[in-house]
Design a protein around this ligand. Structure first.
Ligand SMILES: [Zn+2]
Length: 139
């Protein structure tokens, strides 16, 4: 089993390498993706730092279409030493203060914000749309 560090090194090597053909790259990517998934999902569920239990997911507070809100299950990704969740602007914490944000992401076992550190970074994603020549006539 690859360690986390080995996965990252292998991934970086793969993307940096100009020696790999498209097929090599695709084959390696599938193998690596499988290894990484096994490694992260089966062996390293994140433990809540408040209650000590492993979290298969976290609960995130989201606005419903009606304007009310509810907690929904969100899977998370471990990236290096960080835990990342992909949410959208219906996340109720989007425009809240740092203290209030902590109440919108909670452990499914104890209902508390799962980490001792209150540091949270929120990034807006940018969608990039490109137009390859061969797809120009496809609607
Ligand atoms: Zn907990």
């Amino acid at each position: 089993m690859l360690s986390k560090e080995e996965c990252y090194i292998a991934l970086n090597d793969m993307y940096d390498s100009t020696l790999l053909s498209k097929d090599d790259c695709k084959g390696n990517r599938e193998i690596l993706a499988q290894l990484i998934e096994e490694h992260f999902n089966k062996n390293t569920l994140v433990k809540c730092e408040k209650c000590g239990k492993e979290m298969p997911y976290v609960l995130v507070n989201k606005f419903n279409y009606s304007g009310s809100d509810s907690f929904l299950k969100y899977s998370y990704n471990r990236i290096g030493g960080c835990v990342s969740i992909v949410a959208d602007r219906n996340w109720t914490g989007y425009e809240l203060s740092e203290e209030e944000i902590l109440e919108t992401i909670v452990c499914p076992h104890c209902g508390k914000y799962p980490f001792q550190s209150k540091e949270i970074h929120v990034y807006d994603e940018v969608e990039i749309v490109m137009f390859p020549k061969e797809n120009k006539n496809v609607d």
